[in-house]
Design a protein around this ligand. Structure first.
Ligand code: MP5
Length: 213
C-alpha cells in the first residue's frame, strides 16, 4: 500500500478534512474574528502537542527518515514562535485551556505514539497533507488572513509534505504492516481535522490582553 491510496479510497472523509465553511469564509473575508482567533489559540496548543509527538517519532525513526523528521521538528518549534508573534500582533493571550476537540487530538497523538512506527509516520503525513490542501482551498485568502494561507501553501511546505510521504511509503513497504490500523488512523485524523474547523466556527472569543476578569 502507498500513503496516497488512503486519500483515493476515502474521498468523503478527505473532503471533510480539507474543505470547510471556515476556509471558505477565510477566503472571502466573512469569517467572524472570534472564530479565527479561537482557531489560532487552539492550533497553537495543537502544534505544541505535535512537537512532543514528532520528537518521539524522530527518536524511533529509521535512519533514512531522520532528516525529514529532524527538519520538521525544527520547523514546528519555529512555528510556535510564529504563532506567538501573530497572537501578540492581535493582542491575543495564548492560554493553555484545550477545547475538547484539541484534547481529543492530543489523545489521538498519544495512541499513535504508543503504536507501530509505520502507522505513526503515515499519520503525520496525513495531518500535514490535510493542512496543505485545506489552506490551498482558502487561497489567496482575505488580506487580513493572507499570511496564514501563505504559511501552509509555500513550495517549501509542499516539499516537506512530499518528504513525509516518501518516508511513509518506505515504512508501508515493510512486511507485516498493520494496514487496518493505518486505515483506521487515516479516518480518525480526517475526522478530527474536520472537527477542528467545526470547533473554530462554534467556539469564539479567546482572551485579549487587558480583558477584565
Ligand atoms: C496541522 C495543524 C499542521 N497546524 N493543525 C491541525 C489541526 N492539523 C494539522 O501541522 P503544522 O506543524 O502546523 O504544519
Amino acid at each position: 500500500m502507498r500513503a496516497a491510496d488512503l486519500i483515493s479510497r476515502h474521498p468523503e472523509a478527505w473532503r471533510g478534512a480539507t474543505r470547510h465553511p471556515f476556509l471558505d469564509s477565510l477566503r472571502d473575508g466573512t469569517l467572524p474574528v472570534g472564530a479565527f482567533e479561537a482557531w489560532l489559540e487552539q492550533d497553537y496548543l495543537f502544534v505544541g502537542d505535535l512537537l512532543a509527538f514528532q520528537a518521539r517519532l524522530l527518536a524511533r525513526a529509521p535512519r533514512p527518515a531522520q532528516r525529514v523528521l529532524a527538519g520538521g521538528l525544527v520547523g514546528v518549534e519555529d512555528e510556535l514562535g510564529w504563532f506567538e508573534d501573530r497572537a501578540r500582533e492581535r493582542g491575543l493571550e495564548l492560554g493553555s485551556t484545550r477545547h475538547p476537540t484539541t484534547e481529543a487530538y492530543r489523545d489521538l497523538l498519544t495512541v499513535l505514539d504508543e503504536g507501530p512506527y509505520p502507522v505513526a509516520i503515515t499519520a503525520l503525513w496525513v495531518m500535514e497533507r490535510a493542512y496543505l490542501e485545506a489552506w490551498r482551498s482558502a487561497a489567496p485568502g482575505h488580506p487580513e488572513y493572507r499570511p496564514f494561507v501563505e504559511h501552509w501553501t509555500t513550495p517549501e511546505f509542499a516539499g516537506y509534505v512530499a518528504g513525509l510521504e516518501e518516508a511513509a511509503d518506505a515504512a508501508l513497504q515493510a512486511d507485516g504492516v498493520p494496514e487496518g490500523r493505518v486505515e483506521a488512523a487515516f479516518l480518525e485524523i480526517a475526522s478530527v481535522e474536520r472537527d477542528f474547523w467545526e470547533m473554530a466556527l462554534s467556539y469564539s472569543a479567546p482572551r485579549h490582553v487587558g480583558d477584565e476578569g
